[in-house]
Ligand binder design. Sequence first.
Ligand code: AMP
Ligand code: ZN
Length: 309
Amino acid sequence: MASTQELSQAQRAYLDELLKHGLLIETGVDGLYGRSGVFEDVVDRFNVLISRYGGGDGAEVMRFPPAISRKHLEESEYLKSFPQLAGTLHSFMGNDADHLALLKAIEEGRDWTLGQKATDAVMTPAACYPIYPTLAKRGPLKPDGAMVDVYSYCFRHEPSVDPARMQLFRMREYVRIGSPQQVMSFREMWLERGQKLMGSLGVPVKIDVANDPFFGRAGRMLAVNQRDQGLKFELLIPITSEEKPTACLSFNYHQDHFGLLWKIATHDAQVAHTACVGFGMERVTLALFKYHGFDVEKWPAAVKKQLWP
Ligand code: AMP
Ligand code: ZN
């Protein structure tokens, strides 16, 4: 059994290699990195590969910037479950005197952020968040429900030396909204597809039941409940540890949680159920570099053919 210390040593070692090869670029903040052209090319090609698997389903494409309305975050109840991960956007809204005080605080090494005020925007915690209020506004769903394709940088305040645990990372998602049957069969389909897709990239995968990192004591109950009901599955790939493989894809069934919150109705006036499949773009890319090496030219021909057909 590897100790926590051994695990973080392995994570730091892989991070150092990625930095040394110039694939990630240091910023001085754990979990906040620049990406090289080679890294971005792999992310882009993987994104195209996802579309090759899911693009025929007729999902509506929506792209949002990596921030959502603060009001929507409040209404989503994200802060009930994950207050520790949320990122708010604050800004200076003072007068000349406040400005002078701010500059003086920086000069004296004091906290200059105390006067910052919350803006109307917060960081996007998961790519699918902006779509629920958007769909709710449109009125009842069509008989075959809805499917949306989203892709966004997401923010989670979880600084770490693990290169696979970033504070800003990209998530591509397909989201299904409709009856429980429609939503469940979507998730089943993607559980199959996800394994096939990742298997074609020559990386070892395992599916397991999972839970979200719900906050606090009440959160422990939520996590147990989520696992018992099989609401979240993850596709895991060992990146820095065999014992603790990394979740690279997630398959979430939210039941009627978002449907109730946002009042999303099916065509026959039932509360809509929702599910999403989320691809961790950086995590998959990191797994590819781990298994196939830092020189993309030398990757196995079959893998290159998948990504650069
Ligand atoms: P989740 O909403 O937690 O299921 O996240 C969806 C996917 O995003 C996961 O399966 C991961 O691949 C990816 N992901 C989640 N958190 C992070 C992170 N801190 N850094 C990089 N990727 C992440
Ligand atoms: Zn989602």
